[in-house]
Design a protein around this ligand. Structure first.
Ligand SMILES: [Zn+2]
Length: 90
């Protein structure tokens, strides 16, 4: 016990999990986090969870790029028309 370096590694790893998963860490930092996550149940689990989230977000991004805009524009157009018409008529 009493390994300040290791405790610091844990803190540091927790703070950099998302950067690691998004590929924003330089190679040396990736290796540091890799090594720590292998020894640390917490960070290993966090890393997997973070990967799953990023994966899910990327999937959503693809869907949003393909479909959401049309739907949203339609809705806005309809809402705008309805709102303008009713306020003009009223
Ligand atoms: Zn850790």
């Amino acid at each position: 016990m009493g390994e300040p370096g290791r405790a610091g590694d844990h803190q540091w790893s927790q703070e950099h999990l998302s950067h690691y998963v998004e590929g924003e860490l330089p190679p040396r930092a990736r290796r540091r986090l890799d090594r720590h996550a292998r020894d640390c149940v917490d960070c290993g689990r966090g890393l997997r969870a973070m990967r799953a989230v990023v994966h899910a977000l990327q999937g959503l991004d693809g869907l949003a790029g393909a479909r959401a805009p049309a739907t949203i524009f339609d809705r806005v157009r309809l809402a705008g028309r309805g709102g303008a018409a009713s306020s003009q008529n009223a």
